[in-house]
Design a protein around this ligand. Sequence first.
Ligand code: F3S
Length: 440
Amino acid sequence: MEPTAAGKDGGWAVQFHCDQLSTFNKKIIKVRESYMDLTRYEKEMLDGKYGKGTAMAMKIQVAIGETFDAERMVDITRAHVALSAQDADLWFVEKLLENGAFCKVSPTVNPSIDLKYLNDHLCEIPKAGVDIVTSTNEAYKKIGATLTFNCTPYLIQNVPVFGEIIAFSESSATPYANSVIGARSNRESSQSALCAAVTGKVPLYGLLLDKNRKAEILVKVEADIQSDFDYQLLGWCYPEKYKGLEVPVFCGIKKRPTPEGYMNFGAQLNTSGAVSMYHIQGFTPEAPTLEEAFGGNSVKKSITITDEDIDMVRKKLCGEPGKIDFAMFGCPHFTISQVKTVAEILDGKKTAVPLWILTSSSTKELAGRMGFLNIIQRAGGHIIPNTCIDVPPCWYPYYGKTGVTDSPKCAYYYEIRKTNFIIRPLKESVEAAIRGEVIE
Ligand code: F3S
């Protein structure tokens, strides 16, 4: 969506090309008067009383509200911006800054790149990479973001509570906040989440409303889902069977997922599909029973996922055994429990290839305090803080090579950079890094 805004007769007008929004059938829409019921304060924001930058953010928010037939705005108490240290992201935050915007609700932000760590341990980062990362970090600091550089804010540093209205972007963050915690966020882009942070408001539509949080799709899980890795595959499998945006409820899962299982599940559901909210019968807070999950909705579609379906995804996704050049973990960012698992496998051993773990600086510090960092470093591994696998110029030594990972999302992003990944459960992946080869 490309918003352009122009004041007119002391009022305002918003024109936007909503070619991503099927509801408008790819037409150019002009909105002369908002039909949203805005408060006096919101109208003042829109009219520029609190500066041009706030007005820009509010105009975008109102345009989104109009698009989705929101009646009014509501306050948010948290935001998370999926900062990406890429051109469009930097352009947008700098545009707001040039016009004097500052965040009313300080958002946490996604990882960027720890330039010094990569320079010291992998390669000299090209100037283009240094410039964009430095400018992005500086811009987000100026606009008032909390520089957490972590893509799992729902586990540390920005944890919402049940019912809280928030604006979270980032693929694993929105489904975790909605489904596992019961907080309320639409599937924000980094731009709309930043506008929400600037205005402190979001339009009231979509998953903020009770009726839209109810299930319409019944997913009978006959497959035996046990491990955190099984959730990676289940999360990839569902959108292969059904691409719709309706909320699904998964039934038949016998064991409560771990936080890492939920994290993996949401990341894959929202990467291979666009699932911002799901229920698991008996485990997630808005689905103690199927009846409550559906909330009076009829079952629009029923899907069954069997062991054969999971095996098919495994075959399609995971790749053939073979030699590897590196191992990459932490997409989404690793938790301390995952770091511990890696340290236990590596204890007293050496890796044949470089092994990278991406996590927040606070988890890295905790790993140091608990002795895991020493074990991993002695084995030849790295824990790199505050860093994403997808900041284009920064991981170039691995382009064209073969790695191992436990994360289909990691493999998906690297595919764009022509890097091959073999995907295996975490334990098998770490053992492969010790051998320099995936053997099965
Ligand atoms: Fe996190 Fe970057 Fe992966 S934001 S989920 S490490 S693509």
